[in-house]
Design a protein around this ligand. Structure first.
Ligand code: DGL
Length: 216
């Protein structure tokens, strides 16, 4: 089974690692599209063009499943991709709002790119999951994915974004690049749970592979 994966660089490797753990025998191609990083600060039109190029490269390689290891590309593009490429199965990565709700936390901070924070899809995920006694704070983090991608200026960026953000008992890492700096983010919120959607994505990929095999 050929599985294609892409992200705007190395962030999606945090998802890829989880997928490999549950499906070690599949064949993989990973596109680290760092030339186009950051996805989170592009217009819909620009992003769609970039994302389609990656999808077509993976399809030409023979992928049957494409994992969008990027919250931005998922929240902004997945519906169109499913319409435009009916021969492919897409699995996306989305901010783990459901997981955060399950922790029972009362004050939940969602960190993501501007593109994800502004997406309609995040709005509807929140509407579907949010409980009355839970408060969500959405924090757009321009420049943070780039800093992680370049491995430069991460500490300064975190200080700028997170200083003064208080009373948080759960943090959702809504960008796959942020999972790579989970420990650094955790230092700002001692005692808070830090969650991402990476294990959930791996679980869904495994289920899909099993289903496709059954029907072959
Ligand atoms: N890693 C991506 C995400 O999960 C995109 C980061 C970016 O390129 O802005 O949103």
């Amino acid at each position: 089974m050929k599985i294609g994966i892409f992200d705007s660089g190395k962030g999606g490797l945090s998802v890829f690692d989880e997928i490999k753990k549950v499906l070690p025998e599949a064949e993989y191609k990973y596109i680290a599209d760092s030339a186009n990083c950051p996805y989170g600060e592009k217009s819909d039109e620009e992003l769609m063009k970039i994302v389609k190029k990656n999808v077509e490269e993976l399809r030409d390689w023979g992928a049957k499943i494409v994992v969008i290891a990027c919250n931005t590309a998922t929240t902004r593009c997945i519906e169109r991709l499913r319409e435009d490429y009916k021969d492919l199965e897409f699995i996306g990565t989305e901010p783990a709002i459901g997981l955060a709700v399950e922790t029972g936390a009362k004050n939940i901070l969602v960190m993501a790119t501007p593109g994800t924070i502004e997406s309609e899809r995040l709005g509807s995920i929140l509407k579907k999951n949010q409980k009355q006694d839970q408060k969500f704070t959405l924090l757009a983090c321009p420049g943070l994915a780039d800093a992680v991608e370049a491995n430069k200026g991460i500490d300064e960026k975190l200080k700028e974004l997170l200083t003064g953000v208080e009373n948080v008992d759960c943090v959702v890492l809504g960008c796959t690049h942020y999972s790579l700096i989970k420990d650094k983010i955790g230092k700002y919120f001692p005692g808070a749970e830090i969650v991402d959607g990476n294990k959930g994505v791996a679980k869904r990929v495994k289920l899909l592979v099993e289903n496709l095999w059954k029907n072959e």
